[in-house]
Design a protein around this ligand. Structure first.
Ligand SMILES: [Zn+2]
Length: 148
């Protein structure tokens, strides 16, 4: 829930920035003279305005892409950026290690994200694997064997 709320907040900020930029374009551009009751459309008739709106559209698409791209590489629990990308798998040892992919982990141990290196059958969503605590195994915390 928190993950999607953060994504919605990012989209709202990007939408507000995009809307503000569009309002700025509308504010900067001189108003068109109207003919009696008709207001001729500026878009498509004025090259400068059309170019500005085209750039605004590209910037808005870029902002949307950045929101989705940033969200994809965030921890689903704590929303921190995923770190420590390592390449696992091998094409030459595919039967043993699997297909090559890049694995990111949350440094706080909430889970890992596997991103396929090559998208063979179209765009594949990265697989998020939640884990209780990946550092517990290394630190030995919670081990019942105390040697006595
Ligand atoms: Zn986390």
């Amino acid at each position: 829930m928190r993950y999607w709320a953060y994504f919605a907040a990012k989209l709202a900020v990007a939408g507000a920035a995009s809307g503000g930029l569009f309002a700025l374009i509308r504010w900067i551009w001189p108003p068109q003279p109207h003919l009696l009751t008709q207001y001729p459309a500026v878009f498509g008739r004025d090259l400068g305005y059309t170019l500005a709106v085209g750039l605004w559209f590209l910037i808005s698409c870029g902002l949307l892409y950045l929101c989705v791209w940033d969200q994809r590489y965030r921890c689903r629990v704590c929303l921190r950026r995923l770190r420590m990308p390592i390449e696992i798998g091998s094409w030459s040892r595919m039967m043993l290690l699997g297909r090559p992919r890049i694995e990111y982990i949350c440094t706080w141990g909430h889970g890992k994200l596997n991103v396929e290196e090559v998208q063979i059958s179209g765009a594949e969503n990265p697989a998020w694997t939640p884990q209780a605590d990946i550092w517990e195994e290394l630190t030995g915390a919670g081990s019942k064997d105390d040697g006595s």
